[in-house]
Design a binder for this molecule. Structure first.
Ligand code: SF4
Length: 348
């Protein structure tokens, strides 16, 4: 095994197994949408930042939340067609539709599901995350494979039961977990088990800039040992998973906060870097690296990142030379480092 998972081991406690830094699972299999996240095969499509809820733990950045913006991973897109092209550039084999609440822009979500299925194939797996209040069976007809309900208000769990009864989609709940939310999690797990839902996902509660103030005011603290996580969230999840493993048969899955960063994002960027590498670029882990020669009047020429070659060309033409590393986004932003020949400087 290579990459960020290399040094992680698997542990087992009764029917709960996994690793607290990758995933913990009680009973059965995790949702298909989660399985595809591991190797970075899913594109994360942020359909809109609009949302009719105001959860105190909302981790969505404030330049997206409340704004009708549309992204595929880090790339801003302006249409369903552009979103499909971006998914293709990344070589994704599935997509996760999120927001905000993607169903506040119901038509956009529906057209996206149809367009992705048409552009790739019926086996291209799509899951969608929503409060559920705007869900209808037409999502199933459009080809949506899996729907995850985050019932932000009492009564919304009923929408999940209807989805399970009226459609062929896989249906589950997905909520954050932290100290004080164990009761909510148990209630939803019992309901999911009773009405025959396919899974319940518990996300380690993230503490990030957009929600830090709200969480700190409620007494939550950062776990110094777990990047981006609320202290006690893992322990709350383990308690709920151990209980679920004795009481219910519905699979319950815990997704750690750092997993997105360490595994999902790294794998996805590495894969995109492989697929979208220009002739003059080298891949370095999840980054791309290339050489650049800058001449008068803003002229630029790209070349392989060969310091010797760049140095001699720079001397011959009197141009500046540098080696640049960046994320493999469409416009190669953000730049992670730029090294002028002989002198290294960080640029952001
Ligand atoms: S439903 Fe999701 S996007 Fe909306 S406020 Fe709650 S956590 Fe944020």
């Amino acid at each position: 095994m290579s990459g960020p998972l290399a040094r992680l081991s698997i542990w087992k406690r009764g029917r709960v197994s996994g690793n607290p830094d990758i995933a913990l699972l009680s009973g059965g299999r995790m949702a298909r949408g989660c399985e595809l996240c591991f190797p970075g095969l899913k594109a994360v499509i942020f359909v809109t930042g609009l949302c009719d809820d105001g959860c105190f733990y909302c981790p969505v950045s404030r330049d997206r939340l409340g704004h009708d913006v549309f992204y595929v991973n880090e790339e801003r897109v302006n249409s369903v067609e552009e979103a499909v092209a971006e998914v293709q550039r990344q070589g994704a084999q599935g997509a996760s539709l999120t927001g905000g609440d993607p169903l506040v822009r119901f038509d956009r979500s529906l057209r996206l599901v149809e367009a992705l299925k048409e552009a790739f194939s019926s086996s291209f797996h799509i899951h969608l995350y929503t409060s559920g209040r705007y869900a209808t069976p037409s999502l199933d007809k459009a080809g949506l494979d899996e729907i995850r309900f985050h019932p932000t208000r009492p009564g919304l769990e009923e929408r999940a039961r209807l989805a399970k009864t009226l459609t062929s989609m896989k249906v589950g709940f997905e909520i954050p977990i932290a100290p004080g939310l164990e009761g909510w999690a148990r209630k939803l797990i019992l309901y999911a088990d009773r009405v025959g839902l396919d899974f319940v996902n518990l996300n380690e509660m993230e503490i990030v800039d957009p929600n830090a103030r709200s969480l700190l005011l409620r007494g939550y603290r950062v776990d110094p040992a777990r990047r981006f996580a609320v202290k006690g969230s893992l322990e709350a999840a383990v308690k709920v998973l151990e209980w679920a493993s004795r009481e219910v048969s519905v699979p319950v899955h815990f997704c750690p906060a750092s997993f997105k960063d360490r595994v999902q994002t790294w794998n996805r960027l590495r894969r995109t870097a492989e697929l979208d590498q220009a002739w003059y670029e080298d891949r370095v882990g999840a980054l791309v690296r290339w050489g650049i020669l800058r001449g008068p009047g803003g002229r630029q020429v790209y070349s392989p990142p060969d310091a010797k070659l760049l140095g001699s060309l720079a001397r011959e033409y009197g141009w500046e030379a540098a080696i640049v590393e960046a994320h493999p986004t469409r416009y190669r932003r953000p730049v992670v480092s730029e090294s002028s020949l002989g002198e290294e400087r960080r640029v952001g």
